[in-house]
Write a protein that binds this ligand. Structure first.
Ligand SMILES: NC(=O)c1ccc[n+]([C@@H]2O[C@H](COP(=O)([O-])OP(=O)(O)OC[C@H]3O[C@@H](n4cnc5c(N)ncnc54)[C@H](OP(=O)(O)O)[C@@H]3O)[C@@H](O)[C@H]2O)c1
Length: 285
């Protein structure tokens, strides 16, 4: 029987989005219309669905959201042209390139042409560099969402041992940099483990906070978890529409607190996208 406290993401997202809504209203009162542009390439149903959800939420929060839908056979040059147009448009404050894009296009190269100050995903190499040296800039959304989730639920990481399973560029690596920063909601002793650390359970078993960021379904099992500790499941793999999380459900029998199978980190990621967008609009004005 599970005794772990659940750590849902929805209330965290709601509190972040309430703040975003107020900041959007303040900008509008000053005559600035915050704008988050979106780019979708191709006709993948899931990607089109994600874009629709984000546009609906953008409208609900008060953003305008100009949209460019490019056909699946566009050239890299066509994609770069659209990015350049949004870069040059002073009325556009943030740009979201829906990932993934068709395989014949180079996402990383496209991202590098995006104005870093409009990079609402926080994934541009310049923003990774800003994070590394502690300069202000858009933060990668999932790591920022995880920090917010921990803080919202009163889970202190300062001075405690956080172990991250996975060092991927979108999640594990930037999260490690974020949680090791000298700030009250970070300041953790961070350890990152990966395939190069064959005995990684030795590290996770001593973690006060274990964050699964591998994308390997069921990789984290109860025997990898310190009794009473906090387990955050961020890694997931999709098989069709089926979501397969890194954290096996039975971990809830050992952990003291744990994210739910669905509705944990995900909602906080989307909220951080809008927080980055409103911050970009404020900085530009
Ligand atoms: N919830 C959300 O909103 C959200 C947002 C972004 C990403 N994600 C998910 O987070 C996961 C990670 O994303 P990513 O882009 O960082 O992925 P990635 O680049 O594929 O990184 C995966 C990491 O996990 C490690 N790993 C894989 N199998 C392992 C094993 N058997 N033992 C130990 N370590 C292992 C890899 O080690 P090596 O480096 O040694 O290969 C790598 O460091 C994915 O599932 C992704 O879907 C979720």
């Amino acid at each position: 029987m599970s005794t772990a406290r659940l750590l849902p993401g929805a209330p965290v997202a709601e509190s972040v989005l309430n703040d975003v809504r107020e900041r959007v209203a303040r900008l509008q009162n000053r005559g600035v219309q915050p704008s988050l542009a979106t780019i979708l390439v191709g006709d993948d149903d899931a990607s089109a669905g994600y874009i629709r959800i984000k546009q609906k939420q953008a409208a609900e929060l008060g953003f305008s959201s100009p949209h460019q839908h490019l056909s699946g056979d566009v050239t890299q040059a066509d994609l770069l042209k659209v990015i350049a147009e949004f870069n040059d448009d002073k009325n556009v404050h943030g740009v979201l390139i829906q990932y993934p894009i068709p395989a014949h296009l180079d996402y990383d190269a496209a991202l590098q042409t995006l104005d870093p100050d409009k990079d609402v995903d926080g994934m541009h190499p310049l923003n990774m560099g800003r994070l590394a040296v502690g300069l202000p800039g858009p933060l990668p959304c999932t790591p920022a969402g995880i920090e917010a989730l921990l803080a919202f639920h009163g889970i202190e990481v300062a001075g405690r041992e956080v172990v991250i399973l996975g060092r991927g560029a979108t999640l594990g690596r930037p999260l490690a940099m974020l949680l090791a920063q000298k700030r009250p909601t970070a300041n953790a002793a961070v350890t990152v483990v990966h395939t190069g650390v064959k005995d990684w359970p030795r590290y996770t078993q001593r973690a006060d906070v274990l964050i699964a960021a591998a994308g390997v379904p069921g990789i984290v099992r109860p025997e990898h978890v310190k009794p009473g500790s906090v387990v955050i499941g961020a890694g997931v793999r999709y098989e069709g529409r089926r979501l397969l999380p890194d954290v096996d459900e039975s971990c809830a029998e050992v952990a003291g607190a744990i994210t739910p199978r669905v509705g944990g980190v995900g909602p906080t990621t989307v909220a951080m996208l809008f927080r980055n967008a409103v911050t970009a609009a404020e900085r530009a004005n």
